[in-house]
Design a protein around this ligand. Structure first.
Ligand SMILES: Cc1ncc(C[n+]2csc(CCOP(=O)(O)OP(=O)(O)O)c2C)c(N)n1
Ligand SMILES: [Mg+2]
Length: 421
């Protein structure tokens, strides 16, 4: 199921190292790692999986507007996340929570964003150059390529991998159908940018299977643009680390862009708004469950002599993080609604100021109403509540008891005459 002859795998599904001509360039990068980093790979995968479950539960309990799970994609993300060096810039899509964590992002920033409490989420300069999530599919590939072109314009690489910068951009199989991604390939290849494109082929773009996105393996597409490309087993954390590290170092040294296609699988729903049972078969999910990235890596660590104590500690750490996230989520308070106008422009803008005044007046119309009022329904079973945005009465508020709110004209409303037809 989509693995090819070319797929690079360093760790077999049984958890043993694969030694072959194809793995020879990468295995030294693994044998060079100290034990604590090998243990970090496991720790991060387990912790983020637990976090993901907790966040999904919080969404179902009404605490988050949406959740975007990464279940099944932990190895692709953890390996590549650790492959970047401190000075690198990372441009995520919207599922790479653990990459953010590796770069120093407090996962509560993701929670706050998906609760609707923050604008973009975080400040990249404070979070290990981990840039903002991009929901506009594929557009981050252009941001990364633009950034990498900038690195190139700043001068030749010094040759020191601890100093030279590169960009790492994440996107999905569906994103490869977006023009932005092809444009990014063109500019990256033309300008020989120091960057690596990391494609997580999780086999689905919501309900569209990857077979419909491309008639050729996706790594061959990038190759066609002149970008050296490698397809890896994305459920193998060691392949994800070593191949990305190798490619990023080549890119930072001035050898032009690189591309990695990580074959993995979205085990959960696209988001909490999606129900994958409507469009995919159980045998496909079973195939990938048997290739679970965490189970495989645990077998490898055990073969190195890592014992139960470590695995128990990691499980406890994951539980701690989950309960901490739950507690902190329930303690979150709403920011003042006026905040939404603050960061539209750097300088004051008359239209934004007018909109802010309109909104303040609109909000004032809610005064005296609280959602937790026990007398929210009147004696006849008519619900009282906040005014509807369209000014119409709520159902059951026919006797003039419902709280009405007149429709105010929004600043900028031009009426029927001004409408574009
Ligand atoms: C430009 C644009 N078109 C459509 C969408 C709606 N949309 C959101 S996620 C998604 C699928 C993306 O699939 P893929 O790139 O494979 O990433 P995955 O979600 O599988 O990680 C689509 C079409 C969007 N957000 N932006
Ligand atoms: Mg996908």
């Amino acid at each position: 199921m989509s693995y090819t002859e070319a797929t690079v795998q360093l760790l077999s599904p049984q958890g043993t190292l694969v030694e072959s001509d194809a793995t020879a360039p990468y295995l030294p990068l693994i044998t060079d790692l100290d034990e604590s980093r090998l243990l970090d790979f496991h720790r991060q995968m387990v912790v983020v999986r637990r976090f993901d479950i907790e966040a999904g539960n919080l969404q179902r309990q009404g605490q988050l507007a949406l959740w975007i799970p990464s279940l099944g994609q932990e190895a692709a993300q953890v390996g590549s996340g650790y492959a970047a060096r401190t000075q690198d810039h990372i441009f995520p899509a919207y599922r790479e929570h653990v990459v953010g964590r590796i770069r120093g992002l407090d996962l509560m920033k993701v929670i706050e964003m998906l609760r609707g409490l923050s604008h973009g989420g975080w400040v990249p300069a404070e979070t290990g150059n981990f840039h903002l999530y991009t929901l506009v599919i594929g557009s981050q590939s252009l941001h990364a390529t633009g950034y990498a072109m900038g690195i190139g314009l700043d001068g030749e690489p010094s040759g020191d991998p601890e100093v030279d910068e590169a960009a790492l951009v994440y996107f999905g199989d569906g994103a490869t159908s977006q023009g932005d991604v092809s444009e990014a390939f063109v500019f990256a290849a033309s300008y020989q940018t120091p960057q690596l494109f990391f494609l997580q082929n999780n086999h689905w773009a919501i309900s569209v299977p990857v077979e419909r996105q491309s008639r050729t393996p996706l790594y061959l597409r990038a190759e066609g643009f002149g970008i050296p490309s490698v397809q890896i087993d994305g459920n193998d954390v060691l392949a994800s680390y070593a191949v990305t590290r190798h490619g990023m170092d080549a890119a930072r040294a001035g050898n032009g862009p690189r591309f990695v296609e990580a074959l993995t699988y979205r085990m959960g729903a696209h988001t909490t708004s999606d129900d994958p049972s409507k469009y995919r078969e159980d045998d496909e999910t079973r195939f990938w469950a048997e290739r679970d990235p965490i189970t495989r890596y645990e077998s490898y660590l055990r073969s190195l002599g890592v014992g139960d104590d470590f695995f128990q500690d990691v499980a406890a750490e994951a539980e701690d993080l989950a309960s901490d996230v739950r507690r902190r989520t329930l303690e979150l308070t709403d920011p003042p609604t006026a905040k939404v106008f603050e960061h539209v422009y750097t300088d004051a803008h008359p239209l934004v100021a007018e909109e802010a005044r309109w909104f303040a007046a609109y909000e004032a119309g809610f005064e005296g109403w609280r959602s937790d009022r026990t007398d929210a329904a009147d004696g006849e079973g008519h619900q009282r509540g906040p005014p509807r945005r369209d000014g119409r009465r709520r159902e059951g508020a026919a006797h003039g008891r419902g709280h009405r709110h007149p429709r105010r004209r929004l600043p900028g409303d031009r009426g029927a005459q001004g409408r574009v037809r």
